[in-house]
Design a protein around this ligand. Structure first.
Ligand code: A4P
Ligand code: MG
Length: 170
């Protein structure tokens, strides 16, 4: 098996997952970029492709929060969904996230949006992310890198989900 180098080889055992990134506290651009960099350097993660960053008004949560920077990433990984969630939580913690109030301001939020066509519903993890289809701040960056990927429960592509919010293009 030549040529793989360090890191993850493509092929058998490799899965495709999509991550939503959001930040509305601190240096948002540096935090989102650092999270992408951390993903790229993580054991078990191969190629990472990332969308542009989108400035979005806060949805829900306490009044007076600043705008978010949101992005989406496609990762190739040999990690299974719970392992990938643990990796995301570890990166959030390293980047200084403190969990206080639900939907409150945060340095970085990493959500596991989709993992191939898997449907997972455990106490710790729900895939697809249960609110992804309701949120233009998730769908717009995701449509940039994965317009034709299908939501395994709703049976609609990301492009179609975005269009259902009256957004035809990003
Ligand atoms: N968890 C279960 N499933 C997942 C999953 N698929 N991905 C559990 C990630 N986590 C998942 O999440 C709480 C727990 O959910 C995790 O420990 C994990 O075990 P959290 O990140 O601590 O809490 P949260 O982010 O405050 O809650 P939640 O429900 O993830 O919030 P959302 O739905 O992500 O919304 N407005 C704009 N413009 N942009 C944003 O990015 N984000 C939110 C957060 C609200 N408003 C926003 C934005
Ligand atoms: Mg979250």
């Amino acid at each position: 098996m030549g040529g793989g180098g360090i890191g993850v080889k493509t092929g058998m055992g490799m899965h495709e997952a999509y991550i939503g990134l959001g930040s509305n506290l601190g240096d948002r651009q540096v935090l989102v970029s650092s999270a992408v960099q951390a993903l790229r350097c993580s054991p078990g993660v191969g190629r990472v492709e990332v969308s542009s960053m989108y400035e979005t008004p806060p949805v829900g949560g306490p009044a007076g929060q600043g705008c978010y920077l949101n992005a989406a990433a496609r990762v190739e990984t040999i990690l299974d969904p719970p392992e990938l969630l643990r990796l995301l939580i570890g990166i959030e913690e390293r980047l200084g996230r403190v969990r206080s109030e639900r939907w409150g301001a945060r340095t970085i939020d990493l959500d596991l949006l989709l993992y191939e066509d898997r449907v997972v519903a455990t106490a710790e993890l729900t895939i697809p992310h249960p609110r992804m289809h309701e949120r233009v701040f998730v769908l717009a960056p995701l449509a940039e890198i994965a317009p034709d990927v299908c939501h395994p429960i709703l049976g609609l592509t990301v492009r179609e989900l975005l269009a259902s919010h009256g957004v035809s293009d990003v």
